[in-house]
Design a protein around this ligand. Structure first.
Ligand code: HMG
Ligand code: MG
Length: 299
């Protein structure tokens, strides 16, 4: 069966924009976030407190947080890799953070300049301090369905990193198909393996990139396996600058179209999302890759 309601975890302002070369003005980012909240999204991952040289597009994290009118009932999580990032986030009044681990050694090295063990050691004090400050902490596990350098990633290897991240004290785990190579049977097996390892489907989220057009099929498989939180990016923008062959995220509009059709509640206003994507596409200088945005746009 399917859940009656799905929580959309919007990642457009963060995962969507982090790969854009041309710096998007902070006012445009703030308006993007405001439009997403106005379209009914309740969790909007806003930016990252990473090293500004690693992700120049998000170097304006503090300015953006100051520019966003935080709507009551809406959460604005941010990525935080280390204690320096946590200090910056706390100074800006952030209440929700996400750490981001890797299932593979190659991506841990390229994305965090650490081994898997070293990155978990880096996250441990972040999670402990964040929790002591009353913040919510999500963890990502990247390269869960395959890695551009290492190829297939054994499910046990993914689950082992997930378990270690959750054991730090995180409340939600987002399973990331960073490069979009996964297929539905693999997703079902991944979710079942996490459940078997004691990570309840209710504390899982799925994070799909649509590189091979599998994101919606994978999402449906995850929902049937008990997942109720789905990451998506309005307009389907995005990708990870440190992951070869990573393209856009599952588009929020594509997700909402499917869930509306299935009678699964999301609280999202599809026309408002489409209008937001078209507005953003004009700012980015290219059309949204989302099929739903294209279908609902005047010819
Ligand atoms: P490092 O070079 O090893 O950093 O980078 P370090 O710890 O050696 O510190 C070096 C200097 O950087 C120090 O300054 C620190 O203070 C400073 P110095 O003492 O030399 O003057 N520094 C910082 N400054 C500001 N903010 C910080 C920060 N940290 C250190 N947070 C580091 C290690 C983790 C910082 C770096 O690798 C990094 O920033 N990586 C982020 C990469 C990233 O954002 N990738 C994209 C997100 S992941 C993703 O997209 C996947 C996901 O979507 C899920 C999926 O699809 O699978 C989440
Ligand atoms: Mg991603």
């Amino acid at each position: 069966g399917l859940p009656p309601r799905v929580e959309i975890y919007e990642v457009g302002p963060r995962d969507g924009l982090q790969n854009e070369d041309a710096i998007v003005p902070v006012e445009v980012k703030a308006e993007f976030v405001a439009r997403l909240a106005a379209a009914g999204l309740r969790t909007i991952e806003t930016t990252s407190y990473v090293h500004p040289k690693w992700v120049p597009q998000l170097a304006d994290a503090s300015e953006l947080l100051a520019a966003v009118d935080r709507v009551p009932g809406v959460r604005y999580p941010v990525l935080v890799p280390n204690e320096r990032g946590l200090d910056r986030a706390l100074a800006d009044g952030v209440t929700d953070i996400a750490i981001f681990g890797s299932a593979t050694e190659t991506f841990a090295r390229r994305n965090l300049n650490r081994t898997v063990d070293e990155s978990i050691a880096m996250f441990a004090p972040v999670v402990a301090r964040a929790r002591a400050e009353g913040l919510t902490v999500r963890a990502y596990v990247s390269m869960a369905c395959g890695d551009p350098w290492e190829g297939d990633v054994p499910i046990d290897q993914v689950v082992s990193v997930s378990r270690r991240l959750m054991d730090l004290g995180c409340s939600q785990l987002s399973i990331g198909d960073t490069i979009g190579v996964g297929t539905p049977g693999q997703v079902t097996a991944l979710i079942e393996a996490h459940t078997a390892a004691g990570i309840d489907a209710g504390s899982l989220a799925v994070h799909f990139h649509d590189t091979y057009g599998q994101a919606l099929a994978n999402t449906l498989a995850a929902l049937r396996a008990g997942v109720t939180t789905v990451d998506a990016s309005t307009g389907g923008i995005g990708g990870c600058p440190y992951a070869e062959s990573a393209t856009g995220n599952l588009a929020t509009e594509d997700l909402v179209w499917m869930l509306d059709g299935l009678g699964v509640e999301t609280g999202a206003d599809l026309p408002a999302l489409v209008a937001t994507s078209r507005w953003m596409a004009a700012r980015l200088g290219r059309p949204s890759p989302s099929r739903v945005v294209q279908a609902l746009s005047p010819k």
